[in-house]
Write a protein that binds this ligand. Sequence first.
Ligand code: SF4
Length: 295
Amino acid sequence: MGIKQNLKRILLRINSDLTDLLYRRPYRDAEAGERKRSKDKLLHLDLVITECCTRKCRDCSNLMQYYKSPENIPDITVINDLSRVLDCVRVGELKVLGGEPFVNQQLIIKLMQFLSADYADKVDRINIITNGTVIPYDDCIEAIKANSKAEVTFSNYGLVSCHQDEFVDLLKNNGIPYTIVNGTYTWFDFGRPDKYYESEEFVQRQYKHCYNRKNCNTLYRGGFYVCPRQAHGIHLELLPNSEDEYVDINDFHITTNDELRERIMKLIRRNQHISACHYCIYGKYIHVPRGVQQP
Ligand code: SF4
């Protein structure tokens, strides 16, 4: 065993939190204070509008590669869910994603209109996350352009993002803001959705430092989830369905907006890890090449 591994072992034995901070922790949580202070605002929210994707990434942490019959989420479901949530909390960054969201362009158009009307004040920023494989139709581009809060982010997977350059030109010509995220050539390996039998200490620590549970709370098919892996894993019946670990936003027992806000804020402030974390190895911080396609 090398010096580096020995050092890691010794540090882990002394204090695992300190080890994460000094040696393994993958990011600095610059928003921790703001998140803690916020009583009625989600800094980020992932809104899933489709399970369909144009690619099948072997290591997709959100488990999209496990869908055998993926579907676009019905317009009415997405709009109703979003209005229910925005009736009780504000959102800093609303991330619109799939799968590949531009597979469901009619819904993007409706969302842009919906978020320009009654709910315009409830969302600071709308960020559509794409893999750059689908060129939007003119009416979709027009709808994005008409919403001053909308922007597009490309998760650049190199050759896999085959229409990115053309798409970027389209955005430039229409004055739509965009970002290309190509700084990371590797992903963290979250592992297959299998139970890993790691120690409680490991699972709790990985939850505590998990980027996704802080930045990617997910709204999907009537549920408000801690992270997208949990949302899709439960829907795919690959992960345990523990009903007290997400909020059913259409639960008829929740009768007021205050009550729903309280349930959502309690979930995002939850200290105890969720069951899904036993089926995840994010906290090992293993790197894998991004966007590797499976047959
Ligand atoms: S399952 Fe747990 S550790 Fe894995 S991404 Fe979700 S919250 Fe994070």
